[in-house]
Design a protein around this ligand. Structure first.
Ligand code: GLN
Length: 250
């Protein structure tokens, strides 16, 4: 009799667990900073759009994942991923040595480079090596490879000329306001903002070589493998090329 009761209890518990799992499918949290067109931004209705957003949609569909976009400051993404508040980060994020210590990256999915932009009326000629000596002020997005480049360019003596902003769009409004002399940011993003806002231009050639990766928590090999497999499909199906033309060939 006792045995039967226990068995029944166990059976009921099992059923409860199964129905709970079936009822609510896990929704992955995908972190990004959505003022970074053409990689990630929001349309008038608040929908997340861009190259990265299409790439992650493809990967999720391929794996049967449900997900929601979490739009936060770029310099908080790695922290949140480490803590488990996010499952995936896709944010035009460069694979660099420092980040690789803390999170795992997918295979590279985009080649990128930093570039300088100035106001349209800027007439001074300068190269990277002249910026500190000319006492020029630089705007960057906090926690980015562009910020790191700017630190190197300014050095300790001129680090007070570094102006850091949480969101990429603030970098451009700052440059247009005249409070800084130049901004350093990823090239396609610079081009997109120049096309949309006007009043600015590219200055000189791209000066870094970077590769973007999709980040997951350190040690989550299963997810990296799945993302990489989907990325391969993205390329072999021709969809990568289609997305590239959609977002970069204007
Ligand atoms: N590619 C740059 C980096 O990884 C900037 C990314 C971003 O601001 N979204 O730091």
């Amino acid at each position: 009799m006792k045995k039967r009761v226990v068995l029944l209890a166990v059976l009921m518990l099992c059923l409860l667990t199964i129905s709970a799992c079936a009822g609510e499918k896990e929704v992955l949290k995908v972190g990004t900073e959505a003022t970074f067109p053409p990689f990630e931004s929001q349309d008038e209705d608040g929908n997340y759009i861009g190259f990265d957003m299409d790439v992650i949609a493809f990967i999720a569909e391929d794996n049967g994942w449900e997900y929601e976009i979490v739009n936060i400051a770029f310099d908080t993404l790695i922290d949140k991923l480490e803590k488990g508040d996010l499952d995936i980060v896709i944010a035009a994020m460069t694979i660099d040595d420092e980040r690789v210590q803390r999170v795992d990256f997918s295979n590279p999915y985009y080649d990128a480079s930093q570039i300088i932009i100035v106001r349209e009326e800027e007439a001074r000629e300068f190269g990277l090596d002249d910026i500190a000596a000319m006492d020029l002020k630089i705007a960057v997005q906090m926690g980015t490879t562009g910020a790191e480049e700017a630190q190197g360019i300014l050095g300790d003596d001129k680090i007070h000329n570094l102006y850091e902003f949480k969101r990429a769009n603030e970098v451009f409004t700052e440059l247009l306001s005249g409070r800084v002399d130049l901004a350093i940011i990823d090239q396609p993003v610079a081009q997109k903002y120049i096309a949309e806002m006007g009043g600015m231009k590219i200055h000189g050639a791209p000066f870094t070589e970077e590769k973007f990766g999709i980040a997951v928590q350190k040690g989550n090999k299963d997810m990296v493998d799945k993302i990489n497999a989907s990325l391969e499909k993205l390329v072999s199906s021709g969809e990568y090329q289609a997305l590239y033309e959609k977002w970069f060939d204007e």
